[in-house]
Design a protein around this ligand. Structure first.
Ligand code: 2M8
Ligand code: MG
Ligand code: MG
Length: 278
């Protein structure tokens, strides 16, 4: 089994960004050698800290599927299509962020009063919007692939704006707080690519995948997994899944819901350490 998980609003509380309620369950998974793979909108800089704090040694996926960071030696051989950056094999799926910033500047001038991009927001402004502290905000601003926008206008204008972006060949993804403008990559494609690498590594054993997420940007990941867990959000409804036959929705919110779902799967013996079978 591989477990893919979103962070904000899923493993981390929407408001406090803490994982406390799920920490015991995470430890159980670690002892059982079931990999937890973070699949998030967050940046490399944010992930390096969070990954370490959660005591994970697994690969992780950043900026809504824009790149996968695989600690070197996770697999027997370096996967094709990856490059070595520091102590990672990196698989990028996206053009660089500057491309999207230029495109926004060039083609969305009449909407400029309705949004603020991360590149235009100061760290302290971003603190106020997200509730992150200053150091965390600095890390959220170090983006490589996409540009998140803080929307200031009304919903109908937002719809017109998003339609414009789509016509420009942009992939628009709604996060918990921001609109992410970037390339045609997503959390689902990244899940599929990485699962395939695990399957090869273990000589073609079949790998069972579970995904947990709360937001619209998790839909592709939830649809791609064998079991989808929709974690209840305190700020929005469950997004609609179109392609999924095994979906559960948690009763509890955020990390409490995360633990609730994983405990149920453990009780039903639906999780196994695929990683030993190689
Ligand atoms: C952004 O991501 C969330 C994910 O749902 C959002 O769009 O609301 C990203 O900028 C991320 O890097 C940051 O940590 C987070 C903070 O709320 O916001
Ligand atoms: Mg989320
Ligand atoms: Mg997210």
């Amino acid at each position: 089994t591989l477990i893919f998980s979103d962070l904000d609003g899923t493993l981390l509380d929407h408001f406090t960004y803490q994982s406390t309620a799920a920490d015991k369950t995470l430890q159980q998974l670690e002892s059982a050698e079931i990999p937890v793979i973070l699949n998030t909108s967050k940046t490399l800089a944010e992930l390096e800290i969070i990954h370490h704090d959660l005591n994970l040694k697994t690969p992780f996926i950043i900026e809504n599927g824009a790149a996968i960071y695989i600690p070197i030696n996770t697999f027997k051989t370096q996967p094709a299509g990856t490059v070595v950056i520091d102590h990672y094999w990196v698989k990028p799926f996206s053009l660089p962020r500057q491309y999207w910033i230029n495109l926004l500047a060039k083609h969305t001038d009449e909407f400029s009063q309705y949004y603020q991009g991360f590149s235009a927001l100061s760290a302290s402004e971003l603190c106020n919007i997200t509730g992150l502290n200053l150091a965390e905000t600095e890390r959220a601003k170090q983006r490589q692939f996409a540009e998140p926008l803080h929307w200031l206008g009304d919903e109908p204008t937002k719809k017109v704006f998003i339609d414009r972006l789509i016509n420009l060949g942009v992939n628009v993804v709604q996060g918990g707080r921001f609109i992410h403008v970037g390339d045609f990559c997503d959390k689902g494609q990244a899940l599929i690519w990485l699962t395939e690498r695990y399957r090869e590594h273990f000589d073609n054993v079949s790998i069972f995948t579970i995904a947990l997420g709360d937001g619209e940007n998790d839909i592709t990941m939830l649809e791609a997994a064998d079991i989808a867990v929709q974690v209840r959000s305190p700020v929005h409804d469950f997004p609609t899944l179109y392609r999924q036959y095994k979906t559960t929705q948690t009763q509890l919110y955020g990390p409490e819901g995360w633990a609730e779902a994983i405990q149920k799967l453990l009780a039903n013996q639906l999780l196994s350490p695929s990683i030993n079978s190689g």
